[in-house]
Design a protein around this ligand. Structure first.
Ligand code: DOR
Ligand code: ZN
Ligand code: ZN
Ligand code: ZN
Length: 404
């Protein structure tokens, strides 16, 4: 069977290296079925899930459990980031060869971070164990990190709460740019010291990006991610969207934020698809959970940037396919060439639309991009030769676990 492209454009299947599918334990927000359908709808053929589910993916047993759950529900292929909570579990979970150990720097101190880098450096320098050999994985561990300094965010949050500040932008001040810059500096210093690759998730400020670039030029093994919301929105979104715009790190002021023109300094665009329930998002600014769903808006938003000549297809493919495949060690995906899985997305650069969260496959029915006009949309998604999305319709498919 051949696929008639009728003047549309074929891209490699996109890889989202940063999603929160919420399954197990938080399935009222999202589950592997709805989240993976959102991925298919948005042109993503592979997603890498974050470990802050319930329970957290921080032991070998829980890692195996999650891959069973995802394997029974996901319509797209998937990999899992391992979480780090108990340092003794690092070598045990390493038997399953997750490439990425995710750390929430806002939740741990520098002593813990140091020990985690040390543990991962030992794994990196030792030869493969028998179990790792039998898993046929190429084990190249790295640390992925949510870079906000918890002592600064804690201090600023307490002060603003005690002052009773409740203006719409207060959340941006509770987790200021400095919290990110200090944390990024720590992370690159440790990566260089231990010679362990570090991947900085969702960089939100230009200054943090400059710290990363300086470290990279000095030989530090660092890569970084930007999200569509940090690139395209700013703190003024709080006025129109309130807690729907609440995310960590927060949306920044125009003067601090990263922009689409900064994408030449960024390695990966990840969505940080972080769905929550409307009811919880309806709480006040301090109590609503942070997070924005991104799987169904990322590609239309970026194709719109291409139509506006602010981004090239070549760069888009690097950011959403080639670079995540390289950084997270996914050998058969990310490139349109022989030997790769038949993962594709077909896009129609003339198709126009308006972002409308009611139409999401995701359980999360909100977005600070609501009403945004887009030109350029995915019209077909193919995972290993199987059509999983055609003109918005989703088809059943057995997503496969990918050793990352
Ligand atoms: O906004 C966020 N939401 N940032 C995070 O780091 C976690 C995420 C979530 O899990 O909701
Ligand atoms: Zn994060
Ligand atoms: Zn780089
Ligand atoms: Zn996240």
């Amino acid at each position: 069977e051949t696929i008639d492209l009728e003047g549309k454009i074929l891209l490699p299947g996109l890889i989202d290296a940063h999603v929160h599918m919420r399954d197990p334990g938080l399935t009222y927000k999202e589950d592997w079925k709805t989240g993976s359908r959102a991925a298919a709808s948005g042109g993503f053929t592979t997603v890498l899930d974050m470990p802050n589910t319930n329970p957290t993916t921080t032991t070998a047993g829980r890692f195996r459990e999650k891959l069973q759950i995802a394997g029974s529900k996901s319509v797209v292929d998937f990999g899992l980031h391992a979480g780090v909570e108990n340092l003794d579990e690092i070598p045990k979970i390493a038997e399953l060869c997750p490439s990425s150990f995710k750390i929430f720097a806002d939740l741990v101190d520098n002593g813990f971070l140091m020990e985690a880098f040390h543990e991962v450096s030992k794994l990196k320098d030792s030869s493969l164990t028998q179990e790792q050999e039998s898993n046929e994985c190429h084990f190249k561990p790295l640390i992925s990190i949510h870079c906000e300094d918890g002592s600064i965010t804690g201090h600023c949050t307490d002060r603003l709460k005690s002052e009773g500040v409740l203006d719409s932008k207060v959340y941006s001040r509770a987790r200021p740019p400095l919290a990110e810059e200090v944390s990024v500096s720590n992370a690159v210093t440790m990566a260089e010291h231990f010679n362990v690759p570090v991947h900085i998730c969702h960089v939100s400020t230009r200054k943090a990006l400059e710290i990363i670039k300086r470290a990279e030029l000095a030989g530090c093994p660092v890569t970084c991610e930007g999200t569509p919301h940090h690139l395209l929105l700013d703190a003024s979104s709080f006025e129109a969207f309130g807690t729907f715009a609440k995310t960590n790190p927060p949306l920044r002021d125009e003067t601090d934020k990263i922009m689409v023109s900064d994408l030449d300094m960024i390695d990966v665009v990840g969505t940080d698809h972080a769905p929550h329930e409307l009811l919880e998002k309806g709480r006040d600014v301090w109590n609503a959970p942070p997070g924005i769903p991104g799987l169904e808006t990322a590609l239309p938003l970026l194709l719109t940037q291409i139509n506006q000549k602010k981004l090239s297809f070549e760069r888009l493919i690097q950011l959403l396919a080639e670079n995540p495949a390289r950084i997270f060690n996914i050998p058969n995906k990310g490139f349109l060439k022989e030997g790769m899985d038949a993962d594709f997305v077909v896009v129609d650069m003339n198709k126009e639309g308006v972002v409308e969260p009611e139409n999401f496959q995701s359980k999360a029915e909100y977005t600070p991009f609501e009403g945004y006009k887009v030109k350029g949309m995915p019209v077909m998604t193919v995972v290993r030769g199987n059509v999983v999305m055609d003109e918005g319709g989703i088809f059943e498919n057995m997503g496969k676990f990918i050793h990352i």
